[in-house]
Design a protein around this ligand. Sequence first.
Ligand code: S3P
Length: 445
Amino acid sequence: MKKYISINEKIDVFKKKSITVDGDKSLSIRFVILASLSKGKCYASNILKSEDVISAINCIKKLGIKIKLKNKNCEIHGNGLFGYKYKKNLTLDAGNSGTAARLLCSVLIDTNHKIKITGDSSLKKRDMNRVIRPLKLFGAKFTSKKGRLPVYINGSKILKPIKFKENLGSAQCKSAVLLASLKTSGKTILSCKPSRNHTELMFKNVLKLPIKTKKLNKYDHIQINGLDEFKSFNYKIPGDISSASFFIVLTLLSKNKSLTIKNVNINPSRTGIIKILNKMGAKIKFFNKKMYKGENLADIFVKSNKKLKPISLDPKLNSSAIDEFLLIFLVSCTCNGVSTFKKLSELNKKESKRLDWGIKILTMMGIKTKKIKNDGIKIWGKPNLKLQGNFTIKNFLKDHRIFMTTTIASLALGGNWKIYSTDSFQTSFPSFIKILKNLGAKIKE
Ligand code: S3P
């Protein structure tokens, strides 16, 4: 029997004025991978102990790297850029993590034995060709069926730098190329559609590598040289804005509430949700702004707002809010008018087909939607939306963001909800239910 949670009551009053959310997933996985390639001991505090990060850690351990994880502290003994040690016939299982699977393909382009990379049933449906194509150009061999996992890597010791144009706006694809470029002896030149820039910031501000980045009109240009080794480093992982977003939207859509979410990474390549919600009239504010190793951090303050405006979103903002669209759709349901979102084909390539799931859930909630050009959506909002009746959410490939978004919908808008796959939020945000309960949510498991 699959487990579900049931929620039959909106959240009444918040029992807390401020919360912290778990550490950033993108930065935690990047820490694990970069630390394993460094020369010496690396430490991270506040690492995200979610299933995706644990999958990345387990894969890296199988590559002969010592990792100690205690509470949220992680110590990794890097063995250098070319220092992985492993047996023949190695299989690495990235679980549900697209970031881990794609970045592992990249750091293994010099392997001398064939390595198999696989994942869970959701990850096996996702496109790996986006990284296989550029990684082959470096000189490694990849085999797969139609670019899906399992992928087999036969590396090469003669790797050449490449010139590559990244057209999807995928940070995983860009990061895979950047990591691979380190193993070459020359200059790799990348031109990419904008996407989260944590890898570039870590290269520059943590590893002190001479990476050159330039923002041009539609593309970011990056130049990076291969090297022999880089030193070990320490990192304090800040809160994840994607996790904070659930609480931002819960507060915004509830009645007479306010909340501060402390120490969150507000890197501009990740704050699309804030920009979008503020354009809709939300007035979300940042306090105690700080810089940490190239990343922008702040406390986020949000208040309830029942008078949000619909939006016709400029697709330029899509990539900086790519993991938050289900929440943005939910907010659009409560606006007085029609919201339009376009060029969202990447959404259907996530842990589940999120654009299609967004339409299904909104329809179930009695909201009129229309799919436009197969990669967009129009949403007819209903101001003062109150949900009544029964809602069951299941068979969503355990997509963590569907589980968490529908939980927020129930707590903010009402109705009697049964939401299946209660372990799905462990993928990215293990403290999700605990924080909700501490705020006063009544959730039966
Ligand atoms: C991530 C990049 C994004 C995002 C994912 C994490 C990363 O994916 O959706 O959750 O850490 O680089 P894409 O690179 O496919 O856009």
